[in-house]
Design a protein around this ligand. Structure first.
Ligand code: SAH
Ligand code: SF4
Length: 394
């Protein structure tokens, strides 16, 4: 039995083809799309080329209407339109914060809703996406962990969040314009929204492969970060099969405390976790691992914790993101005092590690995402400013 089986086995898998609807092409891997096209009557010899063409329309041009795919014959376009759809999650609500952060609630099949957050920064625009509805894990400081309902998102629902955001940012290329003609507003993806991505490995992998493919969304694997609570057996697989950047929800420096904060630690304790992390950068050819560390008053924020943290991660290329606890109603913890966080950051910094302190973005709209902006970055720019500076004024 695979290690994650007991937790994921009762998740509902939504069939790609709904009983009363056509197949959605979004989220199909190249191989799956090829097979799907052949099964629908595309001659085998042409299938590979058609996959490339259709992918470019869907992921590079943002086209949703087969009739407008002008490099395909009219008959073929009609045939596709009869059998398939190009569908992304539906936006239920959208809030824009004073600092430019956008929070979306999107609806997926079955009526479930997940959150997506767009965070504009001076040098990038990061989309925080979800991999599951809710989460089967029960980290005691995390609000998502308190939600009962859980299901895995399909690959189409995961990459569809990126497409939805590009729709909203209006950043598909104009007809005739190359896909990289303008700087990207959505330049980075973090899997730090709802859910544990490594308990939905295949769908996350397939979606991120589309995000990284030059004929897909075409983002570098260095611009994609997957955050995990520490599903040890899947970490090596992440390096081998996805190769993106890794963030780890570390949050404690002793097994006793981590057992309470991140209960998956009881199954894969610190020793096993650190072992798995040591080989990650080499196998994935990636840069530093991000250690996420939520600052909880009197729980994990002492000077001793900071010193233990440095000792534990010795030998791992690392950056430590200190996250002031984002309080939620009924939460059993409090955010550490600012002076304490700064003192902790200082110890870590003096040991030679980057230790940015993050503060929640979009606090006025309660944007809930683990990816939180560095408080040390004073300049907060609106999308209009970023566009203006990039020469993109409309
Ligand atoms: N399940 C994955 C990814 C989603 S959570 C994981 O746990 O890594 C993304 C990040 O937000 C994690 O580091 C998580 O520990 C952190 N987080 C969750 N709730 C938080 C809160 N209330 N305040 C601050 N960070 C939080
Ligand atoms: Fe799940 Fe991550 Fe929240 Fe833990 S921190 S409950 S793994 S979403």
């Amino acid at each position: 039995m695979s290690a994650s089986a007991p937790i994921t086995q009762d998740l509902v898998t939504i069939p790609r083809k709904l009983p009363d609807g056509p197949t959605n092409l979004v989220g199909l891997t190249r191989d799956q799309l090829r097979e799907t096209l052949i099964a629908a009557g595309t001659p085998e010899k042409q299938a590979k080329m058609r996959v490339g063409q259709i992918w470019q329309w869907i992921y590079q041009k943002g086209e949703r209407d087969f009739a407008k795919m002008t490099n395909l014959s009219k008959d073929y376009r009609a045939q596709l339109a009869e059998q398939f759809v190009i569908a992304v999650p539906e936006v239920v609500s959208r809030e824009v914060s004073a600092d430019g952060t956008r929070k979306y609630l999107v609806r997926i099949a079955g009526g479930h809703e997940v959150e997506v957050v767009y965070i504009p920064e001076t040098d990038r625009g990061t989309l925080c996406i979800s991999s599951q509805v809710g989460c089967t894990l029960t980290c005691s400081f995390c609000h998502t962990g308190t939600q009962k309902l859980v299901r895995n998102l399909t690959a189409g629902e995961i990459v569809g969040q990126v497409m939805m955001a590009r729709d909203d940012l209006d950043e598909w290329p104009e007809p005739g314009e190359g896909s990289d003609a303008r700087p990207r507003l959505l330049s980075n993806i973090v899997l730090m929204g709802m859910g544990e991505p490594l308990y939905n490995f295949e769908n996350v992998r397939d979606a991120m492969k589309i995000a990284m493919d030059p004929e897909g969304i075409s983002l570098s694997r260095r611009r994609i970060t997957l955050s995990t609570s520490g599903v040890v057996p899947e970490i090596a697989r992440t390096a081998e099969e996805i190769g993106c950047q890794l963030a780890i929800s570390f949050h404690a420096t002793t097994d006793e405390t981590r057992d309470k904060l991140v209960p998956i630690n009881k199954r894969w304790p610190l020793k096993d976790l650190l072992e798995a992390l040591k080989s990650y950068p080499k196998v994935s050819n990636s840069e530093r691992i991000t250690f996420e560390y939520v600052m909880l008053k009197g729980v994990n924020d002492s000077d001793d914790d900071a010193r233990r943290l440095i000792k534990l991660i010795k030998g791992i290329p690392a950056k430590i993101n200190l996250i002031p606890f984002n309080e939620w109603p009924g939460a059993p913890y409090e955010r550490s005092d600012w002076e304490r966080i700064e003192r902790f950051a200082d110890i870590v910094y003096k040991a030679g590690y980057a230790s940015p302190i993050r503060t929640p973005r979009g606090e006025d709209i309660m944007a809930a995402c683990g990816q939180l902006k560095s408080a040390t970055e004073r300049a907060r720019k609106s999308r209009a400013q970023i566009e203006a500076e990039a020469g993109m004024t409309k």
